[in-house]
Design a binder for this molecule. Structure first.
Ligand SMILES: *[C@@H]1O[C@H](CO)[C@@H](O)[C@H](O)[C@H]1NC(C)=O
Ligand SMILES: *[C@@H]1O[C@H](CO)[C@@H](O)[C@H](O)[C@H]1NC(C)=O
Length: 275
């Protein structure tokens, strides 16, 4: 089933495992004086196929979780955004903090997600290139994730796919800061941010919703995912600027039918025979 209304509890979060998807939440507080280099990556032995082996206790769900993200969503699952589902992000007239986390860049600003009566606070938003989610098998050049946390510590992520086209002014105001943060831990400010158009886009474009996980270690489940059905757009210069800095940082799409792909991989079967 595509939409899983029952969210699993976020019970297996290990603070020692660094990831960027939940950076700034109570589960992984922001570091004073800039982020340290992450303990995982996207290539070779640091990459998503091996996240479990980097820390078998903390990252167990990366290999064994059965409600993992990202996924390939079915375009037909797009539903009109209900009035009980909304984002409210106040303008940041003086800009907001933009930090290079090594595997992505994130912006910390305030905001709220209301979902069926539950309120969550915006912690940060960050970028992936290319997109992590696909729609009917199609990937996009970028994806932005707005990470929210509720008082009960549960995490919700609102994602927007990003296609090539005219530069969205909000994205432009963020990407303008990239030249000032070339190294991990570098911090600058964005240009003034206005989220009015984004709130309207979210309300009017329909959404995909499912229960999944963090897309970075420790791959914790119980994450409530909402993807806007309609992509935002970025121009070629903006796309080049962000891929030059954060390179490739997308986890492979998971099976959304309750199995972990790694448990079905040839390697896992070989290991099972050896052990
Ligand atoms: C977020 O809210 C806090 C507390 O009200 C405020 O100090 C801060 O400036 C706000 N951040 C932004 C980017 O507007
Ligand atoms: C950016 O990070 C580098 C490497 O840690 C450091 O040498 C440099 O001083 C930082 N620049 C700023 C403006 O913080």
């Amino acid at each position: 089933m595509f939409f899983q209304p029952t969210l699993l509890l976020l019970s297996l979060i290990a603070p020692a495992a660094l990831g960027h998807e939940h950076y700034g939440t109570t589960l992984y507080p922001r570091a004073e004086g800039g982020a340290a280099a992450p303990k995982f990556g996207y290539h070779g032995l640091d990459g998503p196929l091996n996240w479990y082996s980097l820390d078998k206790d903390a990252n167990e769900l990366c290999a064994k979780g059965t409600h993992q993200s990202p996924i390939n969503v079915a375009g037909s699952a797009c539903a009109a955004t209900p009035s009980s589902l909304s984002i409210k992000i106040p303008a940041a007239p003086h800009g907001a903090e933009l930090e290079n986390l090594g595997t992505t860049v994130d912006v910390t600003t305030n905001g709220t997600l209301l979902n069926a009566g539950k309120k969550s606070d915006l912690v940060q938003f960050h970028f992936h290139t290319p997109s992590e989610h696909a729609v009917d098998g199609k990937y996009y050049p970028m994806e932005v994730h707005f990470v929210f946390q509720a008082a009960d510590a549960s995490i919700s992520v609102v994602g927007f796919l990003i296609e090539l086209g005219p530069l969205d002014p909000l994205l432009g105001a963020v990407l303008a800061g990239l030249p000032y943060i070339p190294f991990t831990g570098n911090v600058t400010h964005t240009k003034p941010l206005d989220f009015t158009a984004l709130e309207k886009h979210f309300a009017s474009s329909g959404t995909y919703q499912y229960a999944g996980s963090l897309t970075t270690p420790p791959c914790s489940e119980g994450v409530s995912w909402t993807l806007s059905c309609k992509p935002l757009s970025v121009d070629v210069a903006g796309y080049e600027a962000i891929t030059d800095l954060i390179k490739f940082n997308a986890r492979y799409t998971q099976n959304n039918e309750g199995v972990n792909l790694l448990e079905h991989s040839a390697l896992e079967q070989v290991l099972a025979r050896i052990n």
